[in-house]
Design a protein around this ligand. Sequence first.
Ligand SMILES: [Zn+2]
Length: 414
Amino acid sequence: MNPNRTIYAKWILPVEGEPIEDGVIEIVDDLIHCVRPQREREFRSDKDAVSNEFNSYANTLVIPGLVNAHTHLEFSDLKFPIGAKGIPFPDWISQVIRWRIEQQQSDETLIRKQKAIENGLRESYRWGIAALGEIASAPWPIPHNDGREKWPLVRFYLEQLGATQEQSNERLTAVRARLDDIAPNSFSFGLSPHAPYSVSPDLFHGLLELARTTNCPLAMHLAESKEELQFLSEGTGPFADLFEKLGLLRTNEKRLTLDESCDALAARPGSLLIHGNYLNSKLIARIAKSAEHVQIVFCPRTHLFFAHEPYPLQEFLSHGISICIGTDSRASTPDLDLLKDLRSIAESFPDFPLEEILKMGTLNGATALGFDTQLGSLATGKIASTLAIELDSPIGRSPYEALFSGKITRRTWI
Ligand SMILES: [Zn+2]
């Protein structure tokens, strides 16, 4: 078979398989036909490398498009995160609620939200994101693309909140109706009970049942802050104060527990546990028993924004739990550049293998979102989602080091 497009690059990092120096990717009908070393004298000149635009062949490496497993794109128009670095998580949630209330006072709310999501998709594509997992909040506007723009593939997890039992039926009916409405759309969908402290047991189990009957995967924020653990175990602390202020505190009502949430999610194939910053060893061991079912999303720069305790990355990995990476939203990180998050892991965990970090930001994310047969690595039969990274100096013998610490002068879809 003749390739109808050929990419040459100084280094190719296919993620599945070893890096290839002086490598070639043959593409047929936008699918990868093969990835291989160049044949002798295959390059006519450096200008042939990668594409005509790329003439600094010696400084270029090619990786698969990145996968951002966790975003809230409705915040994509924010110029700066909400609150100052180091803000306690419950204070940040209060400010986010205030921001949402201000937004809702305008008739333009829904249009603004849809435009912000569209801007977030554009920004993500510019950073080299091939797919993302989006937590979409009610009333779940769906972005519109007239086909002229390239956007990442998206799995929209329709989020629902409702901490009191009386809200449960109405919230379930709303999400069920919206799912029926938009299911024929070309996007992929999932469901997201927001978090154990913001979802009643009835709503949580209702969403799980809806996920089962509609064959949707689940994503849920879990053990994100110490204050969440305090509220779940004792019903006190900053979250209790916040709910009281909002008129949502019900002292006699049954609350969801962390154990119950973890066990139920771990039992469903394709579940995404978001953050897990404060999961204890006992729960990590329990989740590990369903390691083939679940992935955990780590959001490195958002983690640093909140000044949490160190992330239990090694503990998850030593239990065989797969990790994928997200930016979270621009309400807690300055941009949606997942490569900066990957570089942040390399800085925070200097002994961690760089090839594993790239895998978390590509193949693991694609698997978590159910896109791994199409994306996540440069392998035969997958979509040719190829990202060229150009650096300001020769790459030498260490392509991963160049990717994680070199000065990037350009990144381009090729
Ligand atoms: Zn989130």
